[in-house]
Structure formats: C-alpha cells, structure tokens
Design a protein around this ligand. Structure first.
Ligand code: ADP
Ligand code: F6P
Length: 484
C-alpha cells in the first residue's frame, strides 16, 4: 500500500477490470452476500492479486451497488456502481452486443448503436477516475479487457506519472473486421494510453500494431509504436494461465478423488465420461459439440453404455438476445438427444446450469476421460488448462479447438476444427480408442507446459516487461512479505 489503509489509502498496484472478483447477491430478506464472479479473468487475476498489496477496481455485477471499498480474501476491493441503463448500454450493449461478437470473428452479428458507445465512454471515464484516485505516486495500474479499452488514455490524462499496462483477455480481431467499428480510432487511441498492451496471441499484437500504423498514422517498428509526444508503446503476447500448483494439489486430495468416483457412479459408470465446461456463450461451440455427440449415438458409433456426456453450461449475459436464443437452442437439442438415445436412469447428456466450487470442478475434471473444448474462437480457454492440471496420473484426453488460444501451447491435444463436425466426431473417437501409453505421452507434455507457464509466470512476465518500459519503477513492486 502506498498510503494508510483507510478509505483514502493509495496503492502501488491497482487492477482495473469490469468485474470485481465477487458479485453482490441481494437475498430475499434484503441482506447481501458475495459470490465468486464468473469467467477466466477472475480465475487468473485473483491468485496474482492475493500476493500483492493492491486494490481491485470493478463493478459488483448488479444495478446501483454501494461504492464503499471493502476487504475480501486479502484484497482491497473498490466497487464502481453501474445504473440499470448503464448495465444495458455499456455492459450488455457496447461490451457484449458490439465488441464481443466483433472481436470473436463475427460469429454473431455485432450491433452498432451510438447511445451504447456514449455510455461506454462515460463508464470508462468513471473507472479511470476511480483508478486515478487510488493509485500511489508513480504506481502501476493494470487495466483489463475489452470493456475498458478507453481507460488507459483517460488515466494517462489524469495521472501522467503512472505506469499503465493493458491486457486483452479475448482475441484482437484482424484489420478487416476491426475497421467495421465506427469508433475504431477512439478505441486504438484509448489503448495507446498504456505503456504496454498485452494480447493472448502474437497475432493479436500484430493486428493492433498494423491498425495503429494504417489507421492512426503513428510510426511503428516490429512491436513498438512511436507516439508524437516521444512516448513509446509496446504490444506483445502474454498467454494467460492458471494456478497449476494450487489446482493440482486440490485434485490430489482424497475428498476430490472420492467425489470423482461418486460422479462416475452417479453417471451410471459408463466406460467413457465426456465433459464440457463453459459459460453458456455462442463462441464456445457447445451446440456443435453436442450435435457431434448426438450423431455418434445416432450412427451407433457410440451407445449410452459406452459414453455419457456431462455438460456444465453456466448461464451468462442472460438479457442479451443472442444468449437467450442459444440457451433455448441447446435446451431443445439436449432434450432431443436424451429423448432419442437415453435409457431409464441413463440420459445420454447430463446437462447442468449451476456454478460450482473449485473442489467440485476439480472432481469433474478428474472424473472425465475426454474433455471436449470446441470454441469457434476463444482468447485462451482456461478450462483446457485446468483439465490438464487435474490429470496427475497422466490419463485422459483433451479434444481442443485450434481456434482457442490454448491450442498454441497444448499442441499434444487432439486438435480439431469446430466447424468440421465429421472431424470433431473422428477426434472424439480417436481420443476414445487411444492407448493409455499414447494418452500419457500427450498428457505429460501438456502438464509440463502448463506447469512451467502458470499464472504467476504470466503476471511476472507482464509486470517485468512493464518495468522495462519505465525502469525507475522496477524496485517498487514486489510480492508482499511471505507470499510467492
Ligand atoms: P471465459 O473466461 O470465456 O468464461 P475460460 O475457460 O477462460 O472462459 O474461463 C472460465 C473459468 O470459469 C474457468 O476457471 C472455469 O473453471 C470457470 N467455470 C466455468 N464454468 C463454471 C461453473 N459452472 N462453476 C464454476 N466455475 C466455472
Ligand atoms: O474472458 C472474457 C470475459 O468477459 C471476462 O472478462 C470474464 O472473465 C468472462 O468473460 C465473464 O463474462 P461476464 O463478466 O460478462 O460475465
């Protein structure tokens, strides 16, 4: 911490993300409780923040929440309140109705509305003001994800002393798609407020630098952008990861092993358990994956004695039309497949909407013979890495879309093109029939990769590079006493 620990304290490290790591839940009696927020950003950034004395600025997930800072799990959390219209226009609208589909290969059609953009600008400004008030002199502010791309430049205007990093958790699109955005120049200029702009894949960084050169007109050389005021901005790939050691340790506990056995029992002890775990999002390829499984049952390549599919799909962004439609479509497909191929007490697909604690997720990963990860486009996909972390005995197969960032690292997975249903079916069958030695060879290599590039390494690489941009800050940021 830079100042005292009261409500006007300042911090050497401030993380700014759309969501806090916890969502505020208002109970029926009006009391409030906090629940872990969904998604990969929280999974990755929370363990990093727990080892630094930093503050986390974000929204509490509901309308008109209080802005009083509070401490949770060793972190200072500083809420930014959003009104109901802001949730509609900034979060559901511009963030998830415009940017999300545009940045994911336009797998759904993006909508462009001027009011949504205006709300995005206003809300980004509030996040920037909050971060400016919290950061200690010469501190580091790390801004995250597509919801907050204007924050770096707004913050630099308010606090030129700060070192500012930005990390995009989702893909950054090719020039040909990005230029559809009516506010493309403002977004690029917003990001250029940062000293370092991080992406999941090298292609994202290259797309960004190319756009800046062509559309904003700044000089660039490789991954560097030269601004007229003498500042340089670096763009580079920092593939995000998981707390491998923590999850591996959890998966080794007797309670998790016992629960994994119980899950298989409850599924009727089929020879093979297939597993999918996703937010219910149209980018995740859930529909096509289940369709492929349904076809394998239809053509009798598989039977329900052979294989059961456990699909966990947490509802997400439920007021956005595309997401509602998807939920209905998947409900219908699951009903049809279970109706056609299930037996009494043995549905072909066990389909669950709940959110689970980490122990239960680890038990599911441990129980599954084949993990099926088939996004049409995904920044990284941490679920794929989590599965690998839970397979200490080196059994199990990962079927992975080549359009997930994770495919760059997990090269020993059974890689598939999620648009190719026959290819997906063939990969599932290849994974099912692979010899234990072959599976162990693949799993061993993938585990080594994730273990040596865990989330701590990711954060250290990002912050280390940021320190090199402005070396005078390097000595200030150290993990807090006694931590990693
Ligand atoms: P995204 O960020 O797009 O949601 P990722 O795969 O990168 O996708 O991250 C999802 C994270 O959310 C993972 O850490 C995963 O374990 C967690 N998760 C997904 N579904 C659930 C669920 N039903 N209950 C608890 N955690 C979940
Ligand atoms: O990774 C993309 C992302 O938007 C993250 O910011 C977040 O972890 C996750 O998806 C959940 O999305 P939302 O905050 O819209 O529920």
């Amino acid at each position: 911490m830079g100042g005292d620990s009261g409500s006007d304290a300042t911090f050497d490290l401030v993380v700014v993300a759309n969501r806090l790591p916890v969502d505020r839940v208002v109970n029926e009696d009006g009391s409030c409780t906090w629940r872990r927020s969904p998604g990969g950003l929280v999974t990755a950034v929370e363990p990093v923040m727990q080892s630094y004395d930093g503050a986390w600025v974000g929204w509490d997930g509901g309308p008109d929440g209080p802005e009083e800072p509070f401490d949770e799990n060793g972190m200072r959390l500083v809420p930014v309140s959003l009104s109901a219209p802001e949730i509609e226009e900034f979060y559901e609208g511009f963030s998830n109705g415009t940017l999300w589909p545009l940045y994911h290969d336009v797998v759904a059609k993006p909508s462009f509305h001027r009011e949504w953009w205006e709300s995005y600008v206003r809300v980004n400004r509030r996040f920037a003001e909050k971060a400016a008030a919290l950061a200690a002199e010469d501190g580091l502010v790390w801004v995250h994800d597509y919801q907050l791309q204007l924050v770096p430049a707004m913050l630099r205007d308010l606090r030129p002393d700060l070192r500012i990093g930005f990390f995009l958790h989702i893909p950054f699109p090719p020039l040909e798609l990005f230029v559809q955005l009516p506010w493309r120049r403002q977004i690029l200029e917003g990001l250029l407020g940062a000293d370092l702009v991080g992406f999941q894949r090298p292609g994202g960084a290259q797309n960004f630098v190319r756009l800046v050169r062509q559309r904003v007109g700044h000089k660039t050389h490789r991954d560097l952008v030269y601004l007229p005021d003498g500042r340089t901005v670096e763009a580079a790939a920092f593939p995000i990861s998981i707390d491998f050691a923590g999850l591996a340790e959890l998966s080794r506990t007797p309670a998790v092993a016992e629960r994994a056995r119980e899950i298989r029992d409850q599924l009727g002890n089929p020879r093979h358990v297939l597993l999918g775990v996703d937010r219910l999002d149209y980018t995740k390829g859930i529909y096509d994956r289940l369709r492929a499984f349904g076809e394998l049952l239809a053509d009798e390549t598989l039977s329900v004695e052979d294989a059961v599919f456990l699909q966990v799909a947490t509802p997400s962004r439920e007021r956005v039309d595309e997401y509602r439609r998807l939920r209905d479509e998947i409900d219908r497909l699951v009903g049809r497949i279970n109706g056609d191929y299930g037996r009494i007490g043995r549905p072909a697909i066990s389909y669950l909407h709940s959110s689970y604690p980490r122990e239960e997720m680890a038990a599911m990963f441990k129980a599954a013979d084949i993990m099926v990860v088939t996004p049409l486009r995904d920044g990284m996909n941490l679920v794929a890495k989590e599965y690998v972390a839970c397979r200490e005995d080196e059994s199990g197969a990962l079927v992975l879309s080549e359009f997930a960032g994770a495919a760059d690292e997990l090269k020993q997975a059974f890689l598939i093109n999620p648009y190719d249903i026959n290819g997906m079916k063939a990969a599932i069958m290849e994974a099912r029939s692979a010899k234990p030695r072959e599976l162990a060879r693949r799993m061993k290599a993938m585990r080594k990769t994730v273990q040596s590039h865990d989330v701590t390494a990711w954060a250290q690489q990002f912050m280390g590079r940021l320190a090199e941009v402005r070396p005078e800050h390097r000595k200030r940021l150290r993990p807090s006493e006694g931590d990693g």
